[in-house]
Design a binder for this molecule. Structure first.
Ligand code: DGL
Length: 272
């Protein structure tokens, strides 16, 4: 149900390494079509999931500040688990507007599970974070959490979103390391802890070895974001801009997908 408090204006900048944040932007616009949503992709540094912590820590706060300078949003959304589980505090410290992060939906998955065994699909970076371990400790202490960090799924999600025909076998192969682990036959709920993965929810559902429910943080992030907007914010410009850090010519595939998600206006930036 759409809450009345979401019927307001405001300007939001949704940020990810690539196309994954579009799944969060879609949730925001679905709940509050009148807010101005812009999108920023650090495609010049994509992917994040196999980068070192030091490389991401060195990049994210300054990049966030430069994007906020360029886009002038009221709220900055880090629509990336890999970035949020590492650098949310550092980005918050750098910006003087509310910052909403995206972290694995372990809590709802743990309460949804009937078998007491959940799967966690994320990037290798998110899987190894102490932040993720702390979420498991806080919300899934009595639950078996079976994890798999996959860069293949991130790349498959981008190719699929761009319209490439990919055989289901490729998704099955990428999922296999989750399901060969001890006790995996009891998984009844899988956390999609990378914002890219809702782009391939149907393909994942078609290739898991037994029926499971998928849980992601998209809607919760959207609600949390909309709660940050103050009455009267928003400039009436309409949103729809996309900021990229990669060269425009190499960003064609990303820009095509952004256009389909409602971001037709490319803003050239010198942010690299
Ligand atoms: N979308 C990002 C996330 O939520 C990861 C993609 C990447 O590896 O760049 O973790």
């Amino acid at each position: 149900m759409i809450s009345d408090s979401f019927l307001q204006s405001g300007r939001i900048l949704v940020f990810d390494s690539g196309m994954g944040g579009l799944t969060v932007a879609r949730e925001i616009s679905g709940l509050a079509p009148e807010v101005e949503v812009d999108y920023a992709a650090d495609n010049g540094f994509f992917p994040y999931g196999d980068k070192t912590d030091a490389a991401l820590q060195a990049r994210l706060p300054d990049l966030a500040a430069r994007l906020v300078d360029a886009a002038q949003p009221d709220v900055f959304v880090m629509a990336c688990n890999t970035a949020s589980t590492l650098a949310l505090d550092a980005v918050r410290a750098k910006l003087d507007i509310p910052v909403v992060g995206t972290v694995p939906a372990i809590k709802p998955a743990a309460s949804l599970s009937q078998t007491g065994t959940i799967g966690l699909l994320a990037t290798p970076g998110t899987i190894r974070r102490t932040y993720t371990a702390a979420l498991v400790e806080a919300f899934a202490r009595d639950i078996k959490v079976i994890m798999h960090g996959s860069m293949d799924l991130v790349r498959l999600a981008e190719r699929h979103a761009a319209g490439e025909a990919i055989p289901l076998q490729a998704f099955r192969r990428a999922l296999e390391p989750l399901f060969v682990q001890a006790g995996a036959e009891a998984i009844d709920t899988i956390v999609l802890a990378c914002t890219h993965f809702p782009l391939i929810r149907g393909e994942l559902a078609a290739t898991v070895p037994h029926a499971v429910s998928f849980v992601d943080s998209g809607e919760a992030i959207a609600r949390q974001t909309l709660r940050q907007i103050r009455p009267g914010q928003g400039k009436g410009r309409g949103g729809g801009r996309v900021f990229v850090t990669g060269p425009a010519v190499g960003s064609r595939r990303l820009l095509d997908v952004c256009r389909r998600f409602g971001f037709p206006t490319v803003v050239a930036t010198d942010i690299v």
